[in-house]
Design a protein around this ligand. Structure first.
Ligand SMILES: Nc1nc2c(c(=O)[nH]1)N[C@H]1C(S)=C(S)[C@@H](COP(=O)(O)O)O[C@H]1N2
Ligand SMILES: [Mo]
Length: 326
């Protein structure tokens, strides 16, 4: 994000030539069958860290997908095709360009334990597979607006963050939730870099976490999350800039201290805690008035709270003195 390389629409279209699309579909099928990346590597020459084949099974259960769609969450625009979405990602643990989907295949998500700690009745660790089986999954169509002024639309599968809060039993003194991504440079080459402070951290207030819109994502496009989307579990906060939607969550901490997030730590004048989408508040280096729709190349106006104001504007009453839109 420090240096922005935006691909023009024609460049994306070019990479979607038939062989590439076929490759993606084939890998999706292999993953759905639990064969994972080793099998894919044999077909495509995508070698990464050599590990036991068992490690490559996804953490989640393909049998839980596709989940029933919740029709309360509709879109006013077409879905971004999976082939485009799965090859245009921000996941700095694997590099700083958009084409890190191949590098992200070295992420090992099985086993995957999540620590829940801090201001809770009793801290605990839960296996991702147990968590996924405990809370009923649903599908929702969400918008996603990156701070870099591009946007997409995705069918996410998961459950409301509020369900997880219920499970965690936070104390009344907790004011924020802090989310932490894995930290393992042997698995994620980007974490060897010294420019960034790993692991990736993000946070929300308890009030934001109680909004039904705040979604814990375990799948996309009707199947368990692909690694590049932040497997096995990530957040989706569609009224905020995309960097708030932290991927591959390993630790969830309830706290009374406002978390300092990954991007805030790096450049607090550009990326803040609240980061609510607002077309009228420019980023210090570019306008936020419009966005480029990833799969059409169209430029469209950006909406306040990314179009979700009805559901979230009330969360910010009385906070007008805060830097809410960056
Ligand atoms: N751990 C982690 N989470 C992350 C990021 C990241 O680099 N690392 N990038 C963020 C940004 S800037 C965006 S726009 C979205 C991108 O999600 P996508 O690749 O699924 O589109 O993930 C967010 N979550
Ligand atoms: Mo982003």
């Amino acid at each position: 994000m420090a240096a922005i390389h935006r691909k023009p629409a024609w460049a994306i279209a070019e990479t979607l030539a038939t062989p590439e699309t076929a490759f993606l579909n084939r890998r999706a099928i292999l993953q759905a069958w639990g064969l994972g990346v080793l099998a894919t590597a044999a077909l495509t020459g995508l070698p990464k860290v050599a590990r036991a084949e068992g490690d490559r099974k996804p953490a989640g259960s393909p049998a839980l997908y596709p989940a029933k769609r919740n029709d309360a969450y509709k879109l006013d625009r077409s879905l971004t095709p999976e082939e485009i979405n799965a090859k245009y990602n921000n996941f700095y643990e694997f590099g700083s360009d958009k084409g890190i989907y191949a590098e992200a295949q070295s992420l090992i998500t099985n086993p995957w334990a999540i620590d829940v700690d801090g201001m809770v009745e009793k801290p605990f660790t839960i296996e991702f597979a147990d968590l996924e089986a405990k809370i009923p999954l649903e599908e929702r169509l969400y918008r996603h607006r990156c701070v870099e002024a591009w946007s997409m639309t995705i069918p996410w599968t998961g459950f409301s963050l509020s369900k997880l809060v219920e499970l965690a039993k936070p104390l009344g003194s907790a004011k924020y939730i802090r989310f932490e991504t894995f930290n393992d440079p042997s698995m994620a080459s980007g974490q060897n870099g010294f420019l960034y402070t790993w692991p990736y951290v993000e946070g929300v207030t308890m009030a934001e976490a109680a909004s039904d819109l705040a979604f814990m994502v375990t799948g996309a496009y009707g199947k368990p999350l692909l690694n590049q989307f932040g497997a096995p579990i990530r957040l989706a906060l569609p009224w905020k800039y995309g960097f708030k939607s932290v991927k591959s969550i390993r630790r969830i901490t309830f706290t009374d201290k406002r978390p300092v997030s990954f991007w805030e730590e790096l450049a607090s004048n550009e990326y803040g805690f609240w980061a609510n989408v607002n077309p009228e508040v420019a980023h210090p280096r570019w306008s936020q008035a419009q966005e480029r729709v990833l799969h059409t190349g169209e430029t469209v106006p950006t909406l306040l709270f990314n179009g979700y104001g009805d559901q979230v504007a009330s969360l910010y009453k009385g906070l007008e003195n805060e830097t809410l839109y960056r």
